[in-house]
Design a protein around this ligand. Structure first.
Ligand SMILES: [Zn+2]
Length: 237
């Protein structure tokens, strides 16, 4: 049986001597495993299709040896993302997040579009990649039901009054009065960055001027929150 899917390669590893086993995030079916036969030779027709980030129309065929990719019409390989180290790191973080939160045979079109948007900006725009990473994480939390409450305490609904805390057990942002022993304080600077980035579209990220130390602090806080929510440590730095 043959099927055609629109997908991005989010994981890739060697299989036997000449093959690759890849994880695709498809628009139609969520996560899918497949094999690429003989693609490690330099002349292989489909060698581009095994690379991380490759986005295209894939044709999969079910065989006795498993599901095999028999054709790929590339739409965008996002090749240039590999040319800048930090952009590549944030790009692989995004793929890693997709691999963690998407299930097999569970489509998530909103996340699919979100990933393409973020990868496009990382590949083609001059923008601090860490800011793209923060924007992506904010939207991921929103999309998966862990929206960050940035204007009022998510526990009592009251104002923050100068201090606010992230509860690592629940992922909620609370006031001083509602914090718990496993809360970490969010500095005013980080709070400001979260608010600005929540309200800025990907297309406008390159216009922002934000302090690098606060950007790093914000990204680290969101990575910690991701780790607590999904039991997955994302290695970036
Ligand atoms: Zn409160």
């Amino acid at each position: 049986m043959e099927e055609k899917i629109k997908a991005i390669i989010i994981g890739s590893k060697d299989y036997k001597e000449k093959d690759k086993q890849v994880v695709l995030f498809s628009l139609e079916k969520g996560k899918i495993f497949a094999f690429l036969k003989g693609v490690k030779s330099p002349n292989a027709k489909l060698k581009f299709a095994k690379e991380l980030f490759c986005f295209g129309d894939y044709i999969l065929t079910d065989t006795k040896a498993g599901r095999i990719i028999t054709s790929c019409e590339p739409i965008d390989t996002f090749f240039d993302i590999t040319q800048k180290y930090e952009n590549y790191l944030i790009g692989t973080m995004i793929l890693d997040i997709a691999n963690t939160v998407v299930d097999y045979n569970e489509p998530n079109p909103a996340l699919f579009v979100e990933i393409l948007k973020a990868l496009k900006i990382l590949t083609y725009e001059t923008v601090n990649p860490l800011i793209v990473g923060i924007k992506f994480l904010i939207n991921i939390f929103n999309g998966l039901g862990y929206q960050l409450s940035l204007n009022k305490c998510s526990s009592c609904g009251g104002p923050f009054v100068n201090r606010r805390f992230l509860n690592l057990y629940t992922g909620e942002i609370t006031c001083y009065g509602c914090k718990s022993p496993n809360s970490v304080e969010i500095s005013a600077g980080v709070h400001g960055i979260l608010r600005v980035l929540t309200n800025t579209d990907y297309e406008k990220l390159s216009t922002l001027k934000l302090a690098e130390n606060l950007v790093k602090e914000t990204l680290n806080l969101l990575l910690l929150n991701f780790e607590e929510r999904f039991s997955k440590k994302l290695k970036i730095f």
